[in-house]
Design a protein around this ligand. Structure first.
Ligand code: NAP
Ligand code: 8YV
Length: 325
């Protein structure tokens, strides 16, 4: 007799393609507003063997794992998984998967859009035109990418895709991370303040979590200097937002382009008040093409796991294999 299809909880901001994939292969389970655990009986919670984590970054942690005693896999929509307690999952033998690579190029594109928007003030120029000011005057001259030098914090998949684009613009690339990478020739800085002192444009593509929390603070911004620009497509928590708003206001640096914020969708008033900040609502991966690929990868990880195959894209903390078992 065929064994019954696993029950899969689709958690987080709903993604229609994940819904379709889960419904095709599994028994879908949902909880209203993502928070009301009590709507599932103990028996229903015990039937859930997987979470398909849709959009958003609500935490998936010990409390969740306790609540779902037969959980085997969390398939997350997104490459960053700082909202998932992967170490705790590993302890319990629960595999966590994410969606690397499929979003890399789109996120790198948005980093460049933020950089150009900040340096050439394209957003302000468009608002100037729409307001009719062009009829009576010209838009003020702006900064330029020429004679700039870039430092990348987090030279991983996305960081390298950004570096390739920056190189094509003829701008030198430097980087900072926890280790020097043998496969690249860009100058390496172990220390972030030293990197910031050597460049005038800092682009952040590192993950969130305790190891990067508040890394970009007043000292880093002061080292960047009055011609300094910060672009962040990593996680909002990496920047001390109060220090950044102050630095933008008092001229410590000249501009910032941000796709991510510490407490999304809240954006600090201090940053909203800065005309020299370009602010986007976390749209790095938000194209139809990329979001569809991410949703497919979420479902494909679940399908592989329940077919007795290795997960396709597990996170480093949970390198569990089916084939080796
Ligand atoms: P990745 O390939 O793992 O790259 C992350 C890089 O960060 C690695 O080179 C790593 O290098 C470095 N890193 C890790 N911890 C660090 C630390 N404590 N200090 C300094 N560097 C550190 O990941 P990815 O695919 O490029 O994604 C990077 C991040 O981008 C994600 O985690 C996510 O937060 C963010 N993201 C944002 C969007 C968006 O829509 N804006 C979309 C996708 C991803 P070392 O290990 O050598 O330090
Ligand atoms: C997603 C992201 O928008 O992949 C990531 O780490 O930040 C984005 O691609 C997000 O994870 C979905 O909410």
């Amino acid at each position: 007799m065929k064994s019954p299809a696993p029950h899969v909880l689709h958690y987080g901001i709903p993604k229609p393609l994940i819904d379709v994939g889960v419904a095709e292969h599994f028994v879908p389970v949902r909880i209203p507003n993502n928070t009301d655990f009590s709507v599932l009986s103990d028996e229903e919670a015990a039937a859930v063997r997987a979470i398909a984590a849709g959009g958003g970054h609500d935490s998936i942690d010990k409390q969740f794992f306790d609540w779902l005693p037969n959980l085997e896999i969390v398939a997350s929509f997104g490459v960053g998984y700082d909202h998932i307690d992967a170490a705790e999952a590993a302890q319990r033998g629960i595999v966590v998967t994410h969606t690397p690579d499929v979003l890399t190029e789109d996120v790198a594109d948005i980093a460049l859009a933020l950089l150009l928007g900040t340096v050439r003030r394209t957003g302000q120029a468009e608002r100037f035109l729409r307001a009719g000011h062009w009829r009576t005057g010209t838009f003020p001259l702006t900064l330029s990418l020429r004679e700039r030098s870039v430092g990348i914090l987090g030279l991983g998949r996305i960081g390298k895709a950004i570096a390739r684009r920056i190189e094509a613009f003829g701008v030198p690339v430097n980087y900072c991370g926890r280790r020097r990478q043998a496969e690249v020739t860009y100058p390496y800085y172990e220390d972030l303040v030293a990197l910031a002192g050597a460049v005038d444009t800092l682009i952040i593509a590192a993950p969130g979590g305790p190891s990067t929390d508040g890394l970009v603070d007043r000292a880093v911004l002061e080292a960047l200097g009055p011609n300094g620009i910060v672009v962040n497509v990593g996680r909002g928590s990496i920047i001390n937002e109060a220090h950044l708003a102050e630095a933008l206001r008092d001229g410590t640096i000249v501009g910032a382009g941000l796709d991510v914020f510490e407490h999304e969708p809240q954006v600090p008033e201090g940053l909203l008040a800065c005309e020299n900040a370009v602010l986007l609502p976390h749209i790095g991966s938000a194209s139809h093409y990329t979001r569809n690929a991410m949703a497919r990868l979420v479902v494909d990880n679940l399908v592989a796991w329940f077919a007795g195959q290795d997960p396709l894209t597990p996170v480093a903390e949970t390198p569990f294999r089916r084939s080796a078992a």
